[in-house]
Design a protein around this ligand. Structure first.
Ligand SMILES: *Cc1c(COP(=O)(O)O)cnc(C)c1O
Length: 376
């Protein structure tokens, strides 16, 4: 049997977690949280990084910081994970879904402008599979219409668009360190803040609405309740687990890219023969091997290929996603689709994700490719 995902774990994880336990420093914003924040700031070039309890929570923070109000509209793809929309729906906003491009499965940047109304407050591009959305176009639209940009970069750490890190273009960028992502702390994420002027408010919202961060930094001698907020900081034990992986980030990234390349090269003849479609990575995007997907003809062929052939017959756990948000009960209740659903539903029904994780061997990849070829 070949799992779809195995959570990443670096050798030093137990040692670093042990240090937290031994030193009785297990709450938030300890030494490892600081190390992770600093590492991400250096790697991405963002002004400020704040480790959070999830990417969902980072996005909730971004929605609060963007001052999203009931009735505001937020433009995003429907082909994404629920959190992209949820964080804004929690503020009473209306997700306005636009169609995706079939080549990258990212939001179609050419459709965004038409969805803008006087209620539009923000654009939320999702960098699917760690392949950057067309940020030049998106930032230009945002600038001309005075909109905020919040990047759902849950899958985007270590990836770039025109040489610049995903998550650093918009006002805010959100990373995920869930166990299904390239780097993990079990549950966790990070908020990337572009403008220095937003940092203090972000620190207050993350610390239950208090200025405790300033207190810990020794800038004030007692802390107090300043603003609304919540508890968005993770335990330092989780940060310790993550930091062990960040130390070997290139090693993990290279291993994933090697797997991705092996899949791509081996399955290319099938694509050339018109049996399947493979992902497109635009020349100006460097991805991070987060995901390897392929597309079959339709939902019926996918069931026979993925459920019957790969899973039941050969023990290869391939998966599919996402059910388009605008077709889900909550999506119908809270949001609306703008324009024609030309690709979102159709493409979502024929996409298959092959096993992809740090530690998957080339022998396993070759076995999976053999089984894929066998089906076609
Ligand atoms: C994983 C993921 C999320 C949610 O991340 P959590 O850390 O689990 O909250 C949000 N958006 C996208 C696109 C994701 O892939």
């Amino acid at each position: 049997m070949i799992n779809f995902n195995v959570p990443p774990c670096a050798e030093n994880a137990m040692k670093y977690i042990g240090e937290c336990v031994q030193n009785q420093k297990i709450c938030g914003d300890g030494a490892y949280t600081k190390k992770c924040n600093q590492w991400i700031e250096e790697k991405t070039g963002t002004t400020k990084c704040l480790l959070t309890t999830s990417c969902t929570h980072a996005t909730e923070m971004a929605a609060l910081l963007a001052n999203i109000q009931p009735g505001d509209e937020v433009i995003m793809p429907s082909y994404t994970f629920v959190s992209t929309a949820d964080a804004f729906v929690l503020r009473g906003a209306i997700p306005v879904f636009v169609d995706i491009r079939p080549d990258t499965m990212n939001i179609d940047e050419k459709l965004i402008e038409d969805a803008i109304t006087e209620k539009t407050k923000a654009i939320v591009p999702v960098h699917y599979a760690g392949v950057g959305c067309e940020m030049d176009t998106i930032m230009d639209i945002a600038k001309r219409h005075g909109l905020m940009v919040i990047e759902d970069a849950a899958q985007g750490i270590m990836a770039t668009y025109r040489g610049k890190a995903l998550g650093t273009f918009g006002d805010f960028g959100c990373f995920s360190f869930h166990e299904t992502k390239n780097y993990s702390m079990g549950e966790g994420g990070a908020l990337l803040i572009r403008d220095e002027s937003m940092v203090e408010e972000a620190e207050i919202i993350r610390e239950k609405g208090t200025n405790r961060t300033k207190f810990i930094q020794g800038k004030i001698d007692k802390y107090t309740w300043i603003n609304y907020g919540s508890s968005y900081l993770p335990s330092d034990m989780n940060a310790a687990y993550l930091y062990a992986q960040l130390e070997i980030a290139d090693q993990i990234n290279n291993a994933r890219l090697a797997i991705w390349k092996r899949y791509y090269e081996t399955l290319k003849p099938l694509a050339e023969a018109g049996k399947i479609e493979l992902p497109v990575v635009p020349e100006h995007c460097v991805h991070n091997g987060h995901m390897f997907w392929l597309k079959v003809t339709d939902a019926k062929e996918r069931a026979a290929f993925m459920d019957q052939h790969l899973k039941a017959k050969n023990g290869v756990y391939a998966v599919s996603h996402y059910v388009p948000l605008h077709t889900a009960p909550a999506g119908r209740k809270f949001g609306r689709f703008h324009g024609e659903d030309k690709y979102t539903t159709k493409e979502s029904e024929r996409l298959v994700r092959l096993p992809m994780y740090y530690g998957l061997t080339m022998e396993q990849v070759d076995y999976i490719c053999d089984k894929v070829k066998e089906f076609f």
